[in-house]
Design a protein around this ligand. Structure first.
Ligand code: HEM
Length: 143
């Protein structure tokens, strides 16, 4: 990910209301609209899940310049997701719901360049997570 992409990712996150989990609530609401079949997989209380997802996103965004740490964390998270029963074709609706969350929350402030940056980021993140879920033990070396 180049520095311009990283800048767009950070700028879009900075525009979200600080400390407010409402956008992430909306993300899950949209996900369950797009893919109702994944709803029963979430057994934890949704407020807790919303907080975990939000914290993870913040961690990832803070580590974009540390590809090795990022890759390791994404693969470990992917391995856990394999354990939750997540399948590769379930990554697409999550990506759509994430982009929708920004569009819905930011309106015109979410620019096409930001959208492009999120698509690039999500393709990378879901690739590494999926790889982590296939290699149950993290044998594949991260760059
Ligand atoms: C970049 C993409 C994703 C991120 C950042 C993410 C983040 C998280 C986090 C932080 C957790 C908390 C537990 C843990 O860390 O393992 C979690 C749990 C979970 N995620 Fe994801 N996730 C992503 C993609 C997905 C996808 C594609 C699905 C498919 C439906 C999914 C379904 C779940 C489920 C079922 C749980 C467990 C919930 C429970 O225990 O009740 N996630 N996710």
């Amino acid at each position: 990910m180049d520095s311009t992409t990283i800048r767009y990712l950070r700028e879009s996150v900075a525009l979200l209301p600080a400390g407010d989990l409402a956008p992430v609530d909306e993300f899950y609401r949209r996900l369950f609209e797009l893919a109702p079949e994944v709803r029963p997989m979430f057994q934890r209380e949704m407020d807790l899940q919303t907080k975990k997802f939000s914290d993870m996103l913040a961690w990832v965004i803070a580590h974009l310049e540390h590809p090795h740490d990022l890759c390791q964390e994404l693969r470990a998270m992917g391995a856990r997701h394999g354990g939750y029963g997540v399948k590769i074709d379930q990554y697409a609706p999550v990506g759509s719901a994430l982009i929708w969350m920004f569009q819905h929350t930011l309106g015109d402030r979410f620019t096409p360049e930001m959208e492009e940056a999120w698509m690039e980021f999500y393709a990378f993140a879901s690739f590494e997570m999926e790889r982590g879920s296939r290699e149950a033990v993290l044998t594949g070396a991260c760059p």
